[in-house]
Design a protein around this ligand. Structure first.
Ligand SMILES: [Zn+2]
Length: 428
């Protein structure tokens, strides 16, 4: 058989984890953790897409390539997908961290005008260029730790012009940085001081002024999916207010997400399932009845173990109950300046193995294929199979069991996006 020419041929992976979709979709419930390992595996890519995976000898018989990477003895997986971040912000909250060490709660800091409101003031004051420049550094960190796709939320503007500035920053990051970015409008993240005693009035503003502006922005700037998210939580927004925003967003053609049950369950999980949300995120305080509803739905459950960790709390997402209920479980960093400043999905794997009791293989699937479904990209990324985008991580270890186990250091050797090496420890 004559050799076909491809752009990239990656050979001799000790373990090539293909992470196969199940019935064309995510890996549900306790079926989570199917890695589809090919030993001495290889991958061929052309025009940014995977065209074949299989044993190295088979692929060497079929393909020649411009770029050949010998991954001798290494672990190869899909790129990591981070489906929940607040990556664009100005200022920092280091002082608040010191207050929290001294015993102040998240809610006490919020009541003093700290928390999200502090980041809002700095973000409103920052220029678009400043926001993009600081966020790019965070995306560089994420890329070096193996993240190839990242969702990024607005929500530190909390007024129409500043929220649109954040969407512009997110769109610029997508074009100017190798990481593939998925935008989410989170106008209903917190009450700005102008509406301190008028949550319904602020929700009116989100629906009547912000959403039309966001829809117009999408028409001009964003052909892909745009999500709308709400922080449904005591001290933020009620389930009824969340419903009003999401109904208007759905009407405008946006896909839906909700921050639910981070501290208190307000019925956001039931609402999200009923409205067909793509994902529900946090789920630390979700009651058993709502876990059952979520498990029977196609809505992805996104656990954010960095948040209880960073707040020194002990209520993590009840991942085992979610798996028992058949849920689609994914992981994300929740990267934000207040409760979880890490860009590193490997650290999330370390927390998920210890506190969510996921095996290393389950955590890896939750951070790739299932995370891709949490941003409605499961048909294109998160799995190494023909037709998927060639987003790949080559690790400096040969065994996936080291992921999560060996923590606090970076195990990535190379990150590849769309068939192109975009991070390489050998070239630093
Ligand atoms: Zn969040």
């Amino acid at each position: 058989m004559p050799h076909q020419t491809v752009d990239l041929l990656l050979t001799h992976a000790r373990q090539l984890c293909t992470i196969p979709p199940h019935d064309g979709g995510p890996q549900r419930g306790h079926a989570l953790g199917d890695l589809g390992i090919i030993e001495d595996g290889a991958l061929a890519a052309r025009d940014g897409l995977i065209i074949a995976v299989g044993p190295t000898n088979d692929l060497l018989d079929r393909y020649t390539a411009d770029v050949v990477i010998n991954a001798a003895g290494k672990l190869v997986t899909p790129g990591l997908v981070d489906p929940h971040t607040h990556m664009v912000w100005a200022g920092d909250r280091a002082e608040e961290f010191e207050q929290r060490i001294a015993g102040a709660t998240y809610q006490e800091i919020m009541a003093e005008g700290g928390g999200i409101a502090r980041t809002m003031r700095a973000t409103r004051a920052a220029s678009l260029e400043e926001l993009v420049t600081t966020a790019k550094k965070r995306l560089d960190t994420a890329l070096s730790h193996g993240t190839t796709t990242m969702e990024i939320k607005t929500g530190y503007g909390l007024e129409t012009a500043a929220e649109i500035k954040l969407l512009n920053a997110i769109a610029l990051l997508d074009t100017e940085h190798p990481i593939r970015v998925v935008p989410t409008f989170l106008g209903a993240h917190a009450l700005p001081p102008e509406y301190a005693d008028d949550a319904d009035g602020y929700i009116d503003l989100v629906i009547n002024e912000m959403l039309p502006a966001v829809t117009a922005w999408k028409a001009d700037h964003w052909p892909g999916d745009l999500f709308c998210d709400v922080f449904c939580e005591e001290g933020a927004f009620s389930a009824a207010q969340t419903r009003r925003v999401l109904e208007a967003a759905r009407q405008a053609g946006l896909k839906l997400k909700i921050h639910v049950d981070e501290f208190k369950a307000l019925g956001g999980t039931t609402l999200g399932v009923e409205m067909g949300a793509t994902s529900l995120d946090h789920l630390d305080a979700t009651p058993d009845e709502e876990i059952a509803l979520l498990g029977a739905s196609d809505t992805v459950a996104v656990a954010l173990p960095t948040t209880p960790f960073a707040l020194g709390l002990h209520d993590y997402t009840p991942a085992q109950k979610l798996l028992d209920a058949g849920a689609i479980l994914a992981l994300a960093t929740d990267c934000n300046p207040g409760t979880a400043w890490t860009e590193n999905m490997q650290f999330v794997l370390a927390l998920a193995t210890r506190y969510l009791k996921l095996t290393q293989g389950q955590a890896l699937v939750a951070a790739t294929l299932n995370a891709a479904h949490a941003v409605a990209l499961g048909a294109r990324i998160g799995s190494l199979q023909p037709g998927h985008t060639a987003d790949v991580v080559i690790w400096g270890t040969g065994d996936y069991h080291e992921l999560g186990y060996h923590f606090g250091v970076n195990l990535v050797e190379k990150t590849i996006i769309g068939g192109r090496v975009v991070y390489d420890t050998a070239k630093r």
